[in-house]
Design a protein around this ligand. Structure first.
Ligand code: GLN
Ligand code: ZN
Length: 769
């Protein structure tokens, strides 16, 4: 039985690649120095995997920026606007690569980057391939060959990993009308075939083609594309062995398409699609074929130890039907989505021994795979590796650190009324109108203000004990006061305290709630050189004490105007953390919902009349399959309602979202029943308000009037035009005026200029109606 790995984290355990990339972009190191860092990371990764005893080690899973972008370069899908950078004489591959990733503003040229979007339902972002009607493909980059050769020289015959041709097309975007990207398959395949042939002639035995597209809802035509692609590939590249990797979900109605492919091995994800296994094992055609089945038993998207008992049962079941030779064992997906190495977590104050013992990061997950491959041939119950593992699993099951009977009891006794405000929106709106005394088109901001180096240093000085907590809090109070005066001077109607005390909108709350832990080095790549260090929700969540009341109450006490309380919602906290896998996500979301609810109620008691609960991540939590949407949306909306519904009608609840597609979930957005929702719309020129108007969305809306992602200061006219557009579809009494999102990444001067113009725009609008 072969063990293998689908891919390894590539930023380096100390984020070496991030640092090298950023130095390269700012001209501090040259391309050779960058390549040297990259090569070193690849070599280390191969070494780690070899030492773990993995049989088939991947190559080309490394990427300087993104594996989808690598594929676009491999097949030469380089959009027209970058062609001016191609220079016949010198090798500009790296320049073109980074221009596609990040845009190019040099030598009088200004070329836009490619669009970035989420990789399936993960927090990783890829660069969206762009296709035109007459799209041609022709090999541009030999990266996959070079990395294979490089490993070979180190004595490792790797299994090169490529994004499969069908998934590659599925991930791309048609940039012109009048064609279907799936029709490009026949033009694309020769490039794949030529690369695969070359790999084979250089000695490759196995190659992995990632086709996670097989866990999505597919049309008949798309299913046929899979079938046809692999028939053609098989025919052309014998004797190279092809493994097709599916992950992130069950195969469901694509199962027979997947098992019927002309390939040598099929990988399935048993952490998210275990139901595929018995179906495949009873599929006569598959069983009678020679194909191998690779079992993704170790969760590549989480940080928990694998339960060997459960995995060994899966493996054994497959072996009974297929024989040991036809079974492979692996992580569920590439380990790109887990942090590097648990051994680097050495600070007991950050992560205690007991909790650490429940975890496995990428390096540990490889050991798990190789343990499983060995244990299955033994009387495993007597083996030390097995016993240790089961002890850890048992300790987690029973630990009093995790299980808090009062929290579970409270969650169980939630009743329907807990999701409901006292009155319906129309009644609340009247009461709020009276109580809050806001003008028509009230203005506000989304919460955070520019995070200067000085403010960041304050927080880090506190962490390092360079300043005392009193000194720190004095300084934060000063920041709050000066931001209040500044907002009053600008003429904003509903003020915010500025979020100066927050490092990150999820981490801040995780640090105050029980049931969360943090890591020192648990970095995961989000895109390019950006990494995140998600909190870990390991146990029942409780709010030991108020988290934000002190700051909000202080701010409100220091202004005659309304100051908005600012919270992160339960779904967003869940979505941006590593979540416990021993209970449904819904249960964890409801526990967080209850904790936020208590905070909302305490804010109200402290005299805060407007409270915003941010939920920017609701949309990204959507399951990959449409059939699972309703179930998710129901509990996600309920978790939000639970957090919001504890207050009186007069208290105004806001929410904020920054996603630009609401059409298909507008009924759920409405079901959240926030009194006011502020959304990102300026980049779509208010187009996405159409969804709200088509739905007759009843509550108040603040469609962002300017894009905060750019330092550009919008003119008054532009914003008036956008607001007038919004007024065509939103009743005047429901319209708010605000930017797209929080301002923490901006600088003060541009923020002031932009908000000044925004207030002028609101005033002009008031005069005109
Ligand atoms: N209140 C948060 C802020 O202003 C919202 C951030 C977000 O939407 N991502 O930073
Ligand atoms: Zn936002």
């Amino acid at each position: 039985m072969l063990s293998h790995s689908l891919g390894y984290p590539r930023v380096g355990s100390q984020r070496e690649l991030k640092k090298a990339n950023e130095q390269f972009w700012s001209g501090k190191i040259n391309r050779e120095e960058l390549q040297k860092v990259a090569r070193k990371i690849r070599h280390q990764n191969w070494e780690i995997q070899r030492n773990a005893g993995i049989d088939l080690i991947p190559s080309n899973d490394f990427s300087l920026y993104d594996q989808v972008l690598d594929t676009s370069l491999m097949v030469g899908a380089i959009p027209e606007r970058y062609h001016q950078l191609i220079d016949g004489k010198s090798n500009r591959e790296l320049d073109i690569y980074f221009a596609m990733a990040r845009g190019y503003q040099q030598n009088g040229l200004d070329i836009k980057a490619m669009e970035m979007t989420k990789w399936f339902d993960t927090n990783y972002h890829y660069l969206v391939p762009e296709f035109t009607r007459n799209q041609m493909f022709s090999r541009y980059s030999d990266k996959v060959l070079l990395e294979f050769e490089d490993a070979l020289q180190k004595g490792i015959k790797t299994k090169p990993v490529l994004i499969g041709p069908v998934t590659y097309l599925l991930l791309g975007k048609e940039k012109e009308d009048g064609f279907d990207k799936m029709d490009l398959l026949d033009t694309l395949l020769p490039e794949y075939i030529s690369i695969l042939k070359e790999l084979s002639s250089r000695g490759a035995e196995w190659v992995q083609l990632d086709e996670p597209g097989l866990v999505l809802d597919l049309s008949h035509k798309q299913k046929l594309a899979f079938q046809s692609a692999y028939e053609q590939i098989r025919e052309a590249v014998q004797p190279l062995k092809i493994l097709v990797a599916t992950y992130f979900g069950a195969l469901e109605d694509n199962l027979s398409t997947a098992t019927g492919l002309c390939i040598d091995a099929l990988h399935i994800d048993l952490t998210r699609g275990a139901e595929s296994l018995p179906v495949i094992l009873s599929d006569e055609d598959f069983v009678l074929s020679f194909k191998k089945l690779s079992l993704g038993v170790v969760d590549g998207r989480n940080i928990w130890k694998n339960d060997y008992q459960k995995s060994l049962e899966f493996i054994n079941r497959a072996i009974e039907v297929l024989g040991e030779n036809r079974v492979m064992v692996a992580p569920s997906c590439s380990l790109l989505h887990s942090p590097h190495d648990l051994d680097l977590e050495t600070n007991e104050n950050v992560l205690t021994g007991e909790i650490k013992n429940w975890m496995a990061f990428a390096k540990q997950k490889l050991n798990e795979v190789s343990h499983l491959a060995r244990l299955v041939r033994t009387d495993w119950e007597l083996e030390e590796d097995f016993i240790n593992n089961q002890n850890a699993i048992a300790s987690r099951k029973n630990s009093s650190l995790i299980h808090k009977p009062e929290v579970k009891k409270r969650a169980e006794s939630i009743v329907d009324a807990d999701f409901e405000r006292v009155s319906a929106f129309s009644a609340r709106q009247m009461l709020q109108l009276e109580k809050l005394e806001l003008p028509l088109f009230p203005s506000t901001t989304i919460g955070s203000f520019p995070q200067t180096d000085e403010v960041r240093k304050l927080r880090s000085d506190l962490k390092k004990n360079v300043i005392t907590i009193d000194q720190y809090e004095d300084r934060i109070r000063e920041e709050i006061i000066s931001s209040l005066r500044w907002q009053e001077d600008l003429g904003i109607d509903v003020l915010v305290h500025g979020e100066f005390e927050r490092n990150d909108m999820v981490e801040y709350f995780g640090e105050s709630l029980s049931g969360f832990v943090f890591t020192q080095n648990g970095w995961v790549q989000s895109y390019g050189s950006r990494c995140v260090k998600p909190p870990i929700i390991f146990g029942d969540v409780e709010r030991p004490e108020p988290m934000t009341v002190k700051w909000s109450a202080f701010a409100q006490a220091n202004s005659e105007k309304l100051v908005k309380g600012m919270l992160t919602g339960p779904v967003t906290i869940l979505q941006w953390s590593f979540v416990r896998d021993d209970q449904p996500r819904k249960d964890t979301a409801f526990q967080i919902g209850l904790a936020i609810r208590d905070e909302v109620v305490d804010l109200e008691k402290a005299g805060i009349k407007v409270i915003q609960i941010d939920e920017p991540a609701i949309r990204e939590g959507l399951p990959l399959r449409k059939s699972a949407w309703q179930n998710y949306l129901k509990w996600a909306v309920d978790a939000f309602r639970l957090s919001a519904a504890g207050v009186a009608d007069q208290t105004q609840i806001h929410t904020h979202m920054c996603y630009s597609e609401f059409n298909d979930i507008i009924d759920s957005i409405a079901a959240m029943d926030a009194d006011v929702i502020t959304i990102e719309t300026s980049r779509s020129q208010m187009e996405l308000l159409d969804a709200f108007s088509a739905f007759n969305y009843p509550n108040e809306i603040g469609p962002g009037v300017y894009d905060i992602h750019s330092p550009r200061v919008p003119t008054v006219d532009e914003m008036v035009t956008l607001l007038e557009k919004a007024l065509k579809v939103i009743p005047a009494r429901n319209l708010w005026v605000n930017p797209d999102c929080g301002l923490k990444t901006r600088k003060w001067p541009e923020t002031e200029a932009a908000l000044r113009n925004m207030i002028s725009a609101a005033n002009l609008l008031r005069e005109s109606v």
